[in-house]
Design a protein. Structure first.
Lengths: 185, 567
């Protein structure tokens, strides 16, 4: 088997009911697993942004997947990138026993070493927050687990932004606005 | 501005879209719309079918021959789920439909209410767009979008699921046609660079071959296609759905592509130097094994759908857009050409097919009646001017192989999904879509029984369709595969059938069963001159075979001819 590459798929859609369903169906039909998923309103009002990561053996498969997504009526634009073309982060939260935080300076050391921060401390539990790449948040998780134990752990889906200067969506939208004007004449 | 109920607004919206024919079936959650329909008997014809699957196939047949959007109206729950097969069929074959399904009141959504089904969830993967109308205010907006999406770009089915309270509440009505959606670009402006590249490649070609698909018909680009083909003298083969885009007798027409297509265009696919695909999608039934498909050729792909580009076959030049615009641009840059030697190579292949397959199929001297023979007699008797509708299976392959065409939109068949039961209701729709044309539908004994209840629709509405039942008391195509690939183990393919003529008679449909070759001509004549529907049942050879045949997943040159002949 060829080595699989992790791709990040970015999708801009109208804020309509059922868009996620339309997108996931396209993944399912092609037997592509979604690794992470993050959805939020984009910078442009009324437009939602999906960031999805998935492994694929070939770029060809990714290209076909994205075209099928792009084809859906409610989708404004869909594209894919490799890690090299992106700045991307995930956020992770780690819940630990507060008594263990107080017992030694171990946690503080780890927090400093991993550039994490303590988000919340209460009588029983303390929540640490760390943003970074998957391997960074994973590294802290492993060290915390081994040293003092993690009560609960959660990691977000990836958020990503391209390194290139142009925002593909705004180009597309302004082009569509022109089309609309022409259409009216 | 005036206040209308959602139901009346829905009908007014349909009228704004030019709808005059609806195929449907009432039920609880769509009753307000049917009630409103009661007052529109003069401007909207409603054809009451006998099962919702029939409504969709009829709307498909209607759309395919008429260039209009087919409209179907069904109730919630089982009404909508019964429509799924037809909707999927329309998606596969790019047929523009607007399917309106009733839905439980918005307050009951998600409560597992009586006859509630998640119609949007179920139909999203098999529609171009599916939308639930929960508010009366959204009715005109949604209908307008639905028609725009269904008919533009690469057409397809759209589902509007309308909650019962949105049908009964009132609001102000105004209608505006949709001509633009920012998230949806149905047609892309032709890229001149690609046009030039395509023309250059075609001008350089010594052995060009064109593959004509339904995109030409959907884009109304038949004339543009013929001008293109004639200027370059480019021989072509048609996909099953591309049939009738160009008349059968055109000198460049080399026949049908694919598994049961003609020898010449299939073989030449792997000999041409430039393969020009126009509005077709390289379906596996056309290409066979992709790893051995046209590897020697540079491929040019004309298509309106970007997602089809490089999907199955890697192409050298991709010309995105409507063939009606792109073909003339390429033609203008093309040099006149004759390709006489190349075209000359097709004729002997046709002769071979005639000798090995066609003569025996169409003009057998003795033995049982053959399917192809019946199709051939009927196309001749109609002057090749009828609309040919088929069901699925051997009857379909015989119909598409041997029916001849003189005008576009003469072939209605379930290509992509291969839906048994499609034929009869599609023929009903086709008759409404082309009332001045003769509509002949070829069905097998298996497929007919899947939608035989539509005899009731024919009876009630006096639909003049000529039904030709090619009865071999077998699920013939499956039996053919069992004979070829499963050691003649005829597992569940033989059928004990009813007296079809009696069934037809019960529905007031005139019919005749023919078992002797000598009676065939007179029976066909009687069928075609009879005013109204007619069932002609022909007892055909029980173990007939459709040849040529390229076994699934093998190379397009791996053509079986049967009867000891080899390619």
């Amino acid at each position: 088997m060829e080595e699989k590459t992790l791709y990040t798929i970015t999708i801009f859609s109208e804020n309509a009911v059922g868009v996620l369903n339309q997108i996931t169906t396209i993944f399912t039909r092609r037997q592509i697993n979604i690794e992470t998923l993050s959805v939020s309103p984009s910078a442009i009002q009324g437009i939602h942004k999906f960031t999805i990561t998935a492994f694929s053996e070939t770029e060809e498969a990714m290209k076909k997947l994205v075209r099928q997504i792009d084809k859906r009526v409610d989708i404004l634009k869909a594209y894919y990138n490799t890690n090299a073309e992106l700045v991307h982060q995930e956020i992770a939260l780690y819940k630990i026993d507060t008594s263990k935080l107080l017992a030694t300076n171990m946690v503080e050391k780890l927090v400093r070493k991993h550039n994490a921060r303590i988000l919340d401390v209460s009588e029983h539990a303390t929540v640490i927050q760390k943003t970074g790449h998957y391997k960074d948040t994973q590294a802290l998780f492993e060290e915390l687990s081994e040293s003092i134990g993690v009560l609960q752990f959660i990691r977000s889906g990836r958020v990503a932004i391209t390194k290139s200067k142009v925002e593909r969506l705004s180009d597309m939208l302004s082009k569509r606005e022109e089309d609309k004007k022409e259409n009216k004449h | 501005m005036r206040n209308l109920t959602g139901s009346e607004a829905l009908l007014q919206s349909l009228l704004h879209e030019g709808v005059d024919t609806i195929f449907g079936y009432p039920g609880g959650a769509i009753m307000p719309v049917f009630d409103a329909l009661y007052d529109h008997k003069n401007d909207i014809k409603h054809i009451l079918v006998r099962h919702e699957q029939g409504a969709i196939h009829a709307a498909q047949g209607y759309a395919r021959v008429s260039k209009k959007v087919g409209v179907a109206l069904v109730t919630s729950g089982p009404g909508a789920t019964n429509a799924i097969t037809g909707i999927t069929d329309a998606m596969m074959d790019s047929t523009p439909l607007v399917v309106i399904s009733g839905q439980v009141a918005s307050s009951l959504l998600g409560s597992d209410a009586f006859q509630e089904a998640d119609v949007i969830g179920v139909t999203q993967p098999v529609t171009k767009w599916a939308y639930q109308i929960r508010r009366v205010e959204d009715v005109p907006w949604a209908v307008s979008r639905a028609f725009y999406i269904a008919a533009s770009g690469r057409p397809g089915p759209v589902v509007l699921d309308i909650a019962k309270d949105a049908q009964t509440k009132e609001c102000e009505f105004s209608y505006g046609k949709t001509t633009f959606l920012r998230s949806y670009q149905p047609e892309i402006e032709s890229c001149m660079e690609k046009i030039k590249q395509a023309a250059e490649l075609i001008n350089r070609a010594k052995k060009p071959l064109a593959l004509v698909g339904q995109g030409v018909i959907l884009g109304n680009a038949e004339k543009e296609l013929i001008a293109f083909l004639e200027k370059g003298n480019i021989p072509f083969g048609s996909t099953i759905l591309g049939l009738s885009a160009v008349p059968s007798n055109h000198s460049l027409n080399m026949g049908m592509l694919g598994m049961h297509g003609n020898i010449a265009p299939n073989l030449k696919t792997n000999e041409c130097d430039v393969l020009i695909a126009i509005g077709m999608r390289f379906d596996d039934r056309v290409t066979g094994d992709l790893n051995t498909y046209a590897k020697q050729a540079e491929v040019i792909h004309f298509d309106i759908d970007r997602a089809e580009m490089d999907k199955n076959v890697k192409t050298t030049v991709k010309v995105l857009g409507n063939a009606k615009q792109t073909l003339p641009l390429v033609t203008a840059l093309m040099e006149k050409n004759s390709h006489a030697d190349w075209i000359g190579e097709f004729k002997p292949l046709y002769e071979k097919e005639r000798r090995c397959v066609i003569d025996d199929e169409l003009h057998p001297a003795e033995g049982a009646i053959k399917m192809g023979e019946v199709v051939n007699k009927i196309t001749e008797a109609t002057g090749n001017k009828a609309v040919c509708v088929t069901d699925v299976g051997q009857n379909q392959m015989m119909g598409t192989r041997y029916f001849k065409y003189t005008q576009s939109r003469s072939m209605v068949t379930s290509g992509g999904l291969g839906t048994m039961g499609f034929g009869l209701p599609a023929a009903i729709g086709a008759k409404y879509g082309a009332p001045d044309r003769k509509v002949c539908v070829f069905v097998g004994d298996g497929g007919l029984q899947m939608t035989i209840q539509e005899f009731g629709t024919i009876m009630e509405h006096g639909v003049d369709v000529k039904i030709i039942l090619l009865n071999n008391n077998f699920l013939g195509m499956v039996r053919q595969w069992q004979e070829l690939f499963f050691d003649e183990r005829y597992s569940e393919t033989q059928m004990k059938n009813p007296d079809f003529i009696k069934i037809a008679e019960a529905y007031g449909i005139k019919g005749k069963k023919v078992t002797e070759r000598g009676d065939l001509d007179a029976a066909i004549d009687e069928m075609l001159t009879h005013k109204g529907a007619y069932l002609l049942e022909v007892a055909v050879e029980t173990k007939g075979m459709v040849y040529p045949m390229i076994p699934a997943g093998t190379c397009v040159t791996n053509i079986l001819l049967g009867n000891g002949h080899t390619i």
